[in-house]
Design a protein around this ligand. Structure first.
Ligand SMILES: N[C@@H](CCC(=O)N[C@@H](CS)C(=O)NCC(=O)O)C(=O)O
Length: 259
Protein backbone atom coordinates (compact mmCIF):
# COMPACT_ATOMS: atom_id res chain seq x y z
CA UNK A 1 0.00 0.00 0.00
CA UNK A 2 1.34 3.43 -0.93
CA UNK A 3 1.84 5.85 1.98
CA UNK A 4 -0.79 8.60 1.96
CA UNK A 5 1.60 11.30 0.81
CA UNK A 6 2.78 9.32 -2.22
CA UNK A 7 -0.68 8.83 -3.67
CA UNK A 8 -0.48 11.99 -5.79
CA UNK A 9 -4.16 12.74 -5.23
CA UNK A 10 -6.00 15.31 -7.35
CA UNK A 11 -9.64 16.05 -6.51
CA UNK A 12 -11.87 17.71 -9.12
CA UNK A 13 -14.68 19.76 -7.59
CA UNK A 14 -17.27 22.43 -8.41
CA UNK A 15 -17.47 25.23 -5.79
CA UNK A 16 -20.46 24.56 -3.55
CA UNK A 17 -20.79 20.92 -4.66
CA UNK A 18 -21.94 18.93 -1.64
CA UNK A 19 -20.69 15.47 -2.71
CA UNK A 20 -17.36 17.11 -3.57
CA UNK A 21 -17.25 18.54 -0.04
CA UNK A 22 -17.91 15.05 1.35
CA UNK A 23 -14.91 13.77 -0.63
CA UNK A 24 -12.74 16.66 0.61
CA UNK A 25 -13.55 15.76 4.22
CA UNK A 26 -12.78 12.07 3.55
CA UNK A 27 -9.32 12.98 2.26
CA UNK A 28 -8.73 15.36 5.18
CA UNK A 29 -9.86 12.83 7.80
CA UNK A 30 -7.55 10.21 6.34
CA UNK A 31 -4.66 12.68 6.18
CA UNK A 32 -4.21 12.25 2.43
CA UNK A 33 -2.61 15.34 0.88
CA UNK A 34 -4.33 16.35 -2.36
CA UNK A 35 -4.55 19.09 -4.95
CA UNK A 36 -7.99 20.55 -5.50
CA UNK A 37 -8.98 21.51 -9.03
CA UNK A 38 -12.00 23.85 -9.16
CA UNK A 39 -14.25 23.59 -12.21
CA UNK A 40 -17.20 25.67 -13.37
CA UNK A 41 -20.54 23.82 -13.32
CA UNK A 42 -21.70 22.44 -16.67
CA UNK A 43 -18.27 23.13 -18.25
CA UNK A 44 -16.95 20.56 -15.75
CA UNK A 45 -18.61 17.80 -17.77
CA UNK A 46 -16.43 18.31 -20.86
CA UNK A 47 -13.28 18.70 -18.76
CA UNK A 48 -13.84 15.44 -16.87
CA UNK A 49 -14.70 13.60 -20.08
CA UNK A 50 -11.48 14.87 -21.68
CA UNK A 51 -9.52 13.69 -18.63
CA UNK A 52 -11.03 10.21 -19.09
CA UNK A 53 -12.74 9.83 -15.76
CA UNK A 54 -15.34 7.03 -15.61
CA UNK A 55 -18.09 9.66 -15.53
CA UNK A 56 -18.44 13.42 -15.91
CA UNK A 57 -19.57 14.57 -12.46
CA UNK A 58 -17.72 15.85 -9.41
CA UNK A 59 -16.26 14.66 -7.17
CA UNK A 60 -13.77 12.93 -9.44
CA UNK A 61 -10.45 11.85 -7.98
CA UNK A 62 -7.19 10.68 -9.48
CA UNK A 63 -5.21 8.80 -6.88
CA UNK A 64 -2.38 6.29 -7.00
CA UNK A 65 -2.78 6.02 -10.78
CA UNK A 66 -6.54 5.33 -10.60
CA UNK A 67 -9.38 7.53 -11.82
CA UNK A 68 -12.56 7.52 -9.77
CA UNK A 69 -15.87 9.35 -10.07
CA UNK A 70 -18.61 9.45 -7.44
CA UNK A 71 -18.65 10.17 -3.72
CA UNK A 72 -19.56 6.58 -2.78
CA UNK A 73 -16.95 5.04 -5.09
CA UNK A 74 -14.33 7.41 -3.68
CA UNK A 75 -15.24 6.53 -0.07
CA UNK A 76 -14.81 2.80 -0.73
CA UNK A 77 -11.50 3.19 -2.53
CA UNK A 78 -10.09 5.52 0.13
CA UNK A 79 -10.87 2.92 2.80
CA UNK A 80 -8.88 0.36 0.76
CA UNK A 81 -5.92 2.69 0.25
CA UNK A 82 -5.77 4.20 3.76
CA UNK A 83 -7.84 2.12 6.21
CA UNK A 84 -7.52 4.52 9.18
CA UNK A 85 -9.75 6.11 10.28
CA UNK A 86 -12.33 3.83 8.64
CA UNK A 87 -15.27 5.31 6.73
CA UNK A 88 -17.34 2.13 7.22
CA UNK A 89 -17.84 0.13 10.44
CA UNK A 90 -16.17 -3.30 10.62
CA UNK A 91 -19.22 -4.91 12.26
CA UNK A 92 -21.19 -6.39 9.28
CA UNK A 93 -24.63 -5.46 10.59
CA UNK A 94 -23.62 -1.88 11.31
CA UNK A 95 -21.93 -1.67 7.94
CA UNK A 96 -25.16 -2.60 6.15
CA UNK A 97 -27.07 0.08 8.11
CA UNK A 98 -24.42 2.72 7.34
CA UNK A 99 -24.32 1.76 3.65
CA UNK A 100 -28.13 1.96 3.44
CA UNK A 101 -28.10 5.46 4.97
CA UNK A 102 -25.25 6.49 2.67
CA UNK A 103 -27.14 5.24 -0.42
CA UNK A 104 -30.30 7.09 0.65
CA UNK A 105 -28.20 10.21 1.21
CA UNK A 106 -26.77 10.00 -2.28
CA UNK A 107 -29.89 8.92 -4.16
CA UNK A 108 -32.61 10.93 -2.39
CA UNK A 109 -31.30 13.82 -0.29
CA UNK A 110 -28.34 14.87 -2.45
CA UNK A 111 -30.25 15.46 -5.73
CA UNK A 112 -33.13 17.13 -3.88
CA UNK A 113 -30.85 19.68 -2.21
CA UNK A 114 -29.15 20.26 -5.57
CA UNK A 115 -32.52 20.97 -7.20
CA UNK A 116 -33.56 23.34 -4.39
CA UNK A 117 -30.28 25.26 -4.66
CA UNK A 118 -30.39 25.68 -8.46
CA UNK A 119 -34.04 26.76 -8.27
CA UNK A 120 -33.11 29.40 -5.69
CA UNK A 121 -30.11 30.56 -7.77
CA UNK A 122 -32.32 30.81 -10.85
CA UNK A 123 -34.32 33.44 -8.90
CA UNK A 124 -31.23 35.30 -7.65
CA UNK A 125 -27.73 34.67 -9.03
CA UNK A 126 -25.93 37.13 -6.74
CA UNK A 127 -25.18 34.55 -3.99
CA UNK A 128 -23.16 32.42 -6.46
CA UNK A 129 -20.00 34.34 -5.54
CA UNK A 130 -20.29 33.26 -1.90
CA UNK A 131 -20.14 29.59 -2.92
CA UNK A 132 -16.93 30.22 -4.85
CA UNK A 133 -15.01 31.62 -1.85
CA UNK A 134 -11.41 30.42 -2.10
CA UNK A 135 -11.98 28.72 -5.46
CA UNK A 136 -9.57 29.17 -8.39
CA UNK A 137 -11.74 29.17 -11.47
CA UNK A 138 -9.24 30.71 -13.87
CA UNK A 139 -11.29 33.91 -14.17
CA UNK A 140 -12.20 36.51 -11.53
CA UNK A 141 -15.15 35.33 -9.42
CA UNK A 142 -17.08 38.56 -10.13
CA UNK A 143 -16.79 37.96 -13.87
CA UNK A 144 -17.76 34.29 -13.48
CA UNK A 145 -20.92 35.34 -11.63
CA UNK A 146 -21.79 38.12 -14.12
CA UNK A 147 -21.61 35.69 -17.01
CA UNK A 148 -23.26 32.78 -15.19
CA UNK A 149 -26.85 33.21 -16.46
CA UNK A 150 -26.56 30.53 -19.19
CA UNK A 151 -24.78 28.19 -16.78
CA UNK A 152 -27.49 28.59 -14.13
CA UNK A 153 -30.18 28.03 -16.78
CA UNK A 154 -28.42 24.91 -18.11
CA UNK A 155 -27.78 23.51 -14.61
CA UNK A 156 -31.42 24.09 -13.63
CA UNK A 157 -32.52 22.21 -16.75
CA UNK A 158 -29.99 19.38 -16.47
CA UNK A 159 -30.79 18.81 -12.81
CA UNK A 160 -34.57 18.96 -13.47
CA UNK A 161 -34.82 21.68 -10.84
CA UNK A 162 -38.17 22.99 -12.06
CA UNK A 163 -40.79 24.47 -9.75
CA UNK A 164 -42.97 21.35 -9.40
CA UNK A 165 -40.02 19.14 -8.47
CA UNK A 166 -38.73 21.64 -5.91
CA UNK A 167 -42.16 22.11 -4.32
CA UNK A 168 -42.31 18.33 -3.90
CA UNK A 169 -38.78 18.28 -2.44
CA UNK A 170 -39.71 20.96 0.10
CA UNK A 171 -42.84 19.03 1.08
CA UNK A 172 -40.69 15.92 1.64
CA UNK A 173 -37.95 17.69 3.58
CA UNK A 174 -39.61 17.52 7.06
CA UNK A 175 -39.94 13.72 6.78
CA UNK A 176 -36.34 13.42 5.60
CA UNK A 177 -35.07 15.48 8.54
CA UNK A 178 -37.01 13.26 10.93
CA UNK A 179 -35.51 10.17 9.31
CA UNK A 180 -32.01 11.59 9.84
CA UNK A 181 -32.76 12.50 13.48
CA UNK A 182 -34.05 8.95 14.00
CA UNK A 183 -30.87 7.45 12.51
CA UNK A 184 -28.84 9.62 14.87
CA UNK A 185 -30.94 8.46 17.85
CA UNK A 186 -30.45 4.83 16.79
CA UNK A 187 -26.67 5.23 16.36
CA UNK A 188 -26.67 4.63 12.58
CA UNK A 189 -25.44 8.21 12.07
CA UNK A 190 -23.36 10.48 14.27
CA UNK A 191 -20.10 8.53 14.63
CA UNK A 192 -16.89 10.21 15.67
CA UNK A 193 -14.92 10.24 13.42
CA UNK A 194 -17.71 10.45 10.85
CA UNK A 195 -18.57 7.53 8.58
CA UNK A 196 -19.15 7.79 4.83
CA UNK A 197 -22.91 8.03 5.58
CA UNK A 198 -22.38 10.86 8.07
CA UNK A 199 -20.34 12.77 5.48
CA UNK A 200 -22.71 12.04 2.59
CA UNK A 201 -25.75 13.28 4.53
CA UNK A 202 -23.94 16.09 6.38
CA UNK A 203 -22.72 17.57 3.09
CA UNK A 204 -26.28 17.84 1.76
CA UNK A 205 -27.53 19.32 5.03
CA UNK A 206 -24.66 21.83 5.08
CA UNK A 207 -25.53 22.93 1.53
CA UNK A 208 -29.22 23.20 2.49
CA UNK A 209 -28.18 25.30 5.50
CA UNK A 210 -26.49 27.85 3.23
CA UNK A 211 -30.02 28.85 2.19
CA UNK A 212 -31.56 31.34 4.61
CA UNK A 213 -34.89 29.82 3.54
CA UNK A 214 -33.97 26.46 5.09
CA UNK A 215 -31.30 27.00 7.76
CA UNK A 216 -33.69 27.81 10.66
CA UNK A 217 -35.53 24.51 10.13
CA UNK A 218 -32.33 22.44 10.22
CA UNK A 219 -29.63 24.07 12.34
CA UNK A 220 -30.93 23.38 15.86
CA UNK A 221 -32.07 19.80 15.44
CA UNK A 222 -29.81 16.73 15.76
CA UNK A 223 -29.45 16.55 11.96
CA UNK A 224 -28.12 20.11 11.77
CA UNK A 225 -25.78 19.64 14.71
CA UNK A 226 -24.36 16.46 13.16
CA UNK A 227 -23.84 18.29 9.86
CA UNK A 228 -21.77 21.05 11.46
CA UNK A 229 -19.71 18.55 13.50
CA UNK A 230 -18.93 16.41 10.45
CA UNK A 231 -18.29 19.35 8.10
CA UNK A 232 -17.33 22.41 10.14
CA UNK A 233 -16.85 24.74 7.15
CA UNK A 234 -19.06 25.01 4.10
CA UNK A 235 -18.91 28.19 2.02
CA UNK A 236 -21.99 29.91 0.63
CA UNK A 237 -24.96 31.92 1.81
CA UNK A 238 -28.16 32.71 -0.05
CA UNK A 239 -30.81 35.15 1.26
CA UNK A 240 -34.48 34.12 1.10
CA UNK A 241 -35.47 33.41 -2.51
CA UNK A 242 -38.11 30.67 -2.60
CA UNK A 243 -41.85 31.46 -2.53
CA UNK A 244 -43.17 31.53 1.05
CA UNK A 245 -46.04 29.16 0.20
CA UNK A 246 -43.54 26.46 -0.88
CA UNK A 247 -41.81 26.74 2.48
CA UNK A 248 -44.95 26.23 4.57
CA UNK A 249 -44.37 22.49 5.19
CA UNK A 250 -40.83 23.27 6.33
CA UNK A 251 -42.00 26.09 8.64
CA UNK A 252 -44.75 23.90 10.14
CA UNK A 253 -42.25 21.15 10.89
CA UNK A 254 -39.92 23.71 12.48
CA UNK A 255 -42.67 25.00 14.77
CA UNK A 256 -43.70 21.44 15.69
CA UNK A 257 -40.10 20.50 16.53
CA UNK A 258 -39.65 23.65 18.69
CA UNK A 259 -42.92 23.15 20.56
N1 LIG B 1 -24.25 11.29 -7.04
C1 LIG B 1 -22.98 11.66 -7.54
C2 LIG B 1 -23.32 12.92 -8.23
C3 LIG B 1 -22.48 13.93 -8.48
C4 LIG B 1 -23.07 15.17 -9.16
O1 LIG B 1 -24.13 15.17 -9.82
N2 LIG B 1 -22.32 16.23 -8.99
C5 LIG B 1 -22.70 17.50 -9.55
C6 LIG B 1 -22.24 18.63 -8.64
S1 LIG B 1 -22.97 18.54 -7.04
C7 LIG B 1 -22.04 17.68 -10.90
O2 LIG B 1 -20.96 17.20 -11.17
N3 LIG B 1 -22.71 18.38 -11.77
C8 LIG B 1 -22.20 18.66 -13.05
C9 LIG B 1 -22.75 19.91 -13.59
O3 LIG B 1 -23.33 20.68 -12.84
O4 LIG B 1 -22.54 20.14 -14.76
C10 LIG B 1 -21.94 11.69 -6.40
O5 LIG B 1 -22.34 11.57 -5.24
O6 LIG B 1 -20.75 11.76 -6.69
Amino acid sequence: MAPADHLDAKLYVIPGSHPAMAARRMLELKGIPYRRIDLMPVISRGALRALRFPSNTVPSLSIGGQKLTGSREIARELDELVPDPPLYPSDPERRVAVEDAERWGEEVLQPAVRRILWNALKRDRAPLASYAQGAKLGIPIGLAVKTAAPIVAAATRMNRAGDDAVRRDLASLPGWLKRIDDWIRDGVLGSDPPTAADLQIAASLRLAMTLDDLRPAIADRPAGQLAVRAIPDFPGQAPPALPASWLEPVREAQVAAAG
